[in-house]
Design a protein around this ligand. Structure first.
Ligand code: ADP
Ligand code: MG
Length: 250
């Protein structure tokens, strides 16, 4: 479903990602952990070309992301081509980024109507089902400011799902939440994983990673230090940097 080959990215002289290789099959969940500044967000942003990698390649279901072959020549995609490809990768951020002047339901139907040209009635029916799925059927007509952080983040997840992405990317989706609200968001993500959604999740929630992930990736200073099944990485970390990090977060 997703493949990353030798991806590198620098900001000025600071190399933030070095030769990252990753692969994830359809229906799998990959959790990425690592210290602040290790390049996790930059990696996620490179996956859907919110950042342009300096070198290397990303493939979504076999298709190169952000570039396209014409004959034997490789071109950067046009903005419109890229936008279509990005729709296949839903992204949920630490800050929920809902439209503040739209209700939960209006937030969810916006992109399907504007981008996918769905009929409003159809978009509403689908949005209601998605709000139900994230446990917010009774909050459809609330505005973001009337919702808790956990509820807002669940609306943000429903809004991403409304575009029927092939893959979901989460960048520390619970880091901005009060501790008592983390569980409800993780529960929605867990249900999504059980439904078979392919997910890449940057998180500090080690119990989520342990229980849900098929792959646990530990990043430090722009490289993948260690990757494996969470059971193996958590119980028997091989590298001293992984051990030191896990000792701090668990
Ligand atoms: P993480 O998500 O693991 O905390 P980031 O990917 O956000 O790490 O950042 C990795 C490094 O790249 C940090 O040193 C950060 O300051 C730097 N960085 C991230 N984005 C930019 C940018 N747009 N311009 C310059 N430096 C950046
Ligand atoms: Mg980050």
């Amino acid at each position: 479903m997703l493949k990353v080959e030798r991806l590198s990215k620098s900001f000025g002289t600071h190399q933030v990602l070095r030769n990252i290789d990753l692969a994830i099959e359809a229906g799998e969940v990959m959790c990425i952990v690592g210290p602040s500044g290790s390049g996790k967000s930059t990696l996620l942003r490179c996956l859907n070309y919110l950042e342009t990698p300096d070198s290397g390649a990303v493939f979504l279901a076999g298709e190169p992301v952000g570039v396209r072959w014409r004959g034997a020549t490789l071109y950067e995609m046009s903005f419109n081509e890229l936008a279509v490809q990005r729709q296949r990768m839903g992204m949920v951020f630490q800050s929920f980024n809902l439209f503040p002047h739209k209700t939960a339901l209006e937030n969810v139907i916006e992109a399907p109507i504007v981008v996918k040209r769905k009929k409003k009635a159809e978009a509403i029916t689908e949005a209601e089902a998605l709000l139900e799925k994230v446990g917010l059927a009774d909050r459809a007509h609330y505005y973001p400011r009337q919702l808790s952080g956990g509820q807002q983040q669940r609306v943000a997840i429903a809004r991403s799902l409304a575009m029927q992405p092939a893959l979901m990317l989460f960048d520390e989706p619970t880091s901005a939440l009060d501790p008592e609200l983390v569980g409800e968001v993780l529960a929605v993500m867990r249900a999504l994983a059980e439904d078979g959604m392919t997910m890449v999740v940057v998180t500090h929630e080690m119990s989520f990673a342990r229980d849900v992930a098929d792959h646990l990736v530990f990043m430090d200073q722009g490289v993948i230090v260690e990757e494996g099944h969470p059971r193996d990485v958590l119980r028997h970390p091989r590298h001293s940097r992984t051990k030191a990090f896990l000792a701090r977060v668990i």
